[in-house]
Write a protein that binds this ligand. Structure first.
Ligand SMILES: NC(=O)c1ccc[n+]([C@@H]2O[C@H](COP(=O)([O-])OP(=O)(O)OC[C@H]3O[C@@H](n4cnc5c(N)ncnc54)[C@H](O)[C@@H]3O)[C@@H](O)[C@H]2O)c1
Length: 424
């Protein structure tokens, strides 16, 4: 109570002291009274109108919204999700798909790919509804589910992967998670969102060390490194799932991929830290550019014509053509498994000589002992894909493939971070 009696005088004093002002204020209030109530009324009216408008907009059919073209199916337009589309093969596939009027969404975490490759594609196809890029990790279930829920895909080309045999022996768990577990995640998202066509990037590494050459699709698969095993497991998951669904599946097992876009827009540009795991063409160009001191050829005493290993080199332009044909021929309830190679083996020595000719640089070559785990000969029998998909490798001139790739390398010494003008 004491407190209250102490407070009361204070408030009274305040109101007293404000009295004269309050009078004049009440006058003003009076004169203002009508317009103010109008003001409040009009505000209420406006809120009501806006609310009604919002409800109307929300109730409109979807076409009323400015919805992204990527989120709805459109008759005559095939929307392909290209995972790993910022990488070497994925970017070439995206280019081909865009040229063929497909709608493309690239999902990549840029761990190994290049945003520069995506920019090149965006510059070529800036029209709305042609290409979108989503930065996401396929190991992130929430992100993957959101992507599938918000986009209307008709098909998936699943390229994204870590893809170095040597690295896989050092970091096997990374390979099983990135390749096998992520493929499972993609498959689950496809199933949940009714996406019915999958073109899967597999590899000849799933065959291991076959006793007989050439390798056919019936050659038993006994992979010998975590990379090959992770891809084989992913294949098995896809095959098991396809038995219980009406999905259209194409599994393409590539041999050694080389070359680049003949128009010079795209090339192969692994991150510098991955060069040590790199592939022979990258190493050869690096040696020609002086980035590394020279080339090491391991093994000169194999039972081959010149003693070096034999491999089947497939040009990336032919490879992406196989993907488009596979997509075109993919049928519900069916699985197609195909080797993608030229069917012709080339020796490492032959490759190195072609590389020197293409670059015009006399690369320093060191011939060393065999590397454990390397097998003498690996080449494909591509008759199944020839017959069933009407696909044959067209760019079988090794020298020409390397010349094309070298042009891009020479004009992009810093990879995609260099100015994109071609210097030839
Ligand atoms: N290059 C070859 O000779 C060869 C041979 C056989 C099979 N393959 C297969 O082809 C596919 C593409 O290989 P590439 O040579 O273009 O490799 P790459 O490294 O150039 O491209 C792979 C892309 O996948 C992305 N990626 C990796 N993990 C990801 C993740 N968790 N989430 C999102 N994006 C991710 C990378 O950032 C990269 O852009 C791979 O599946 C590979 O196993 C390649």
């Amino acid at each position: 109570m004491k407190g209250l009696s102490q407070l009361l005088p204070v408030s009274r004093t305040r109101s007293q002291s404000r009295l004269p002002r309050s009078c004049s204020f009440s006058e003003m209030e009076y004169t203002d009274a009508k317009p103010r109530s109008h003001h409040v009324l009009s505000k209420i009216l406006m809120v009501a109108v806006l609310t009604a408008l919002c409800i109307m907009i929300l109730r409109q059919p979807s076409s009323f919204h400015s919805i992204s073209p990527f989120s709805r199916h459109e008759p005559g337009v095939v929307h392909v999700l290209v995972t790993g589309g910022a990488g070497y093969i994925g970017s070439h596939a995206a280019l081909r798909l865009l040229k063929d009027s497909y709608r493309v969404t690239i999902v990549d975490n840029l761990s190994r790919g290049n945003i520069g490759a995506v920019k090149v594609l965006q510059e070529q196809f800036p029209e709305p509804g042609r290409l979108q890029f989503i930065l996401a990790d396929l190991g992130d279930a929430q992100a993957v589910n959101k992507i599938f829920a918000e986009n209307a895909f008709d098909a998936v080309m699943h390229f994204a992967a870590v893809a170095y045999v040597g690295e896989s022996t050092l970091e096997p768990l990374r390979y099983y998670r990135n390749i096998t577990a992520n493929t499972l995640m993609v498959l689950e998202a496809m199933a949940a969102n009714n996406v019915k066509t999958l073109i899967y990037s597999s590899t000849c590494a799933t065959y291991g060390e076959p006793e007989k050459m050439p390798i056919t699709e019936d050659t038993p698969q006994f992979p010998i490194n975590p990379y090959g095993k992770a891809k084989k497991m992913a294949e098995d998951i896809i095959l098991d799932f396809s038995k219980r669904s009406n999905m259209a599946v194409m599994i393409l097992r590539y041999f050694n991929v080389i070359g680049s876009d003949p128009e010079g827009m795209l090339g192969e540009s692994p991150k510098p830290e991955l060069r040590e795991h790199g592939r022979i063409s990258g190493a050869c160009f690096d040696a020609a550019l002086g980035v590394i001191p020279g080339l090491k050829v391991r093994g000169t005493d194999y039972e081959t014509a010149d003693g070096t290993c034999i491999r089947d080199y497939i040009d990336v332009t032919d490879l992406v053509d196989a993907h488009v044909k596979a997509l075109d021929k993919a049928e519900a309830n069916k699985v197609g498994i195909y080797n993608v190679g030229t069917g012709k083996g080339r020796s490492v020595k032959e490759f190195v000589e072609a590389c020197m000719e293409a670059t015009g640089v006399n690369v320093n070559v060191k011939y060393l002992n065999r590397r454990p785990g390397d097998y003498a000969e690996v080449y494909s029998d591509p008759s199944k894909i020839n017959l069933e998909l009407n696909w044959t490798a067209q760019r079988t001139d090794l020298l020409e493939s390397l010349r094309v790739a070298w042009r891009w390398q020479r004009s992009h010494r810093e990879g995609y971070s260099a100015p994109l003008a071609m210097a030839f």
